[in-house]
Design a protein around this ligand. Structure first.
Ligand code: G3D
Length: 188
């Protein structure tokens, strides 16, 4: 079963739309991850990177993925805020081989967590320590230390090492966030 079918099955999305934001620095692997999520017949294979931001809707608009780069000098910030407001879950993609920009990834994460529409909500956040296949990539434990994820105490979060090219690690992450979103939607 493909990721999309599995996600749809867990969420039972025929009744409610689930909105998932996929964020992270440019080149972290957001577009590649979203492409892997699509039903197989819709995959492009030839992935164009997210420039600024992009919105993808799958299957009768009942599952919506919005991806945006966080390193756009604030150009798209007012658009993100709009999406922060009513998203059901966040996927934060980290290039685990990009040690130089890990502090930028942390600053952007901290800013997102301070956003008025995120700050006081128990929204689940899934972190992908992506590009685990690269030789000098950092482990998910190391990434979580560098991003100080233990300080996030008011939201459920989870980190998985992933290789978006092969799909390794994505399944575990999607299962986790699907279960979290499902339990939140059920109580709405
Ligand atoms: P973005 O949407 O976050 O900007 P992309 O990032 O999905 O466009 O990915 C940026 C580059 O990283 C792409 O390479 C893509 O193939 C590569 N990439 C994504 N995930 C992985 C991964 O897990 N491992 C490795 N080794 N590479 C990955 P190109 O060469 O097309 O720029």
């Amino acid at each position: 079963m493909g990721f999309f079918s599995r996600l749809a099955q867990i969420l039972g999305i025929s009744k409610k739309e689930a909105k998932i934001l996929v964020i992270g620095l440019d080149n972290s692997g957001k577009t590649t991850i979203i492409d892997k999520l699509k039903p197989e017949e819709k995959r492009s294979g030839d992935v164009a990177p997210t420039v600024g931001f992009s919105v993808e809707r799958f299957k009768n608009k009942s599952l919506q993925f919005t991806a945006f780069d966080m390193s756009g000098q604030g150009r798209y910030r007012n658009i993100w805020e709009h999406y922060f407001k009513d998203c059901d879950g966040i996927i934060y993609v980290i290039d685990s081989s990009d040690k130089l920009r890990m502090t930028v990834a942390k600053d952007e994460l901290d800013q997102a967590l301070q956003n008025e529409d995120i700050k006081n909500r128990r929204i689940p956040i899934l972190f992908f320590a992506n590009k685990m296949d690269l030789r000098d990539s950092m482990s998910s434990v190391r990434c979580s230390l560098m991003l100080d994820l233990d300080s996030i105490r008011d939201k459920p979060w989870h980190i998985c090492a992933s290789n978006a090219l092969t799909g390794e690690g994505l399944h575990e992450g999607f299962e986790w966030i699907s279960d979290e979103i499902k339990s939140i939607l059920e109580t709405k």
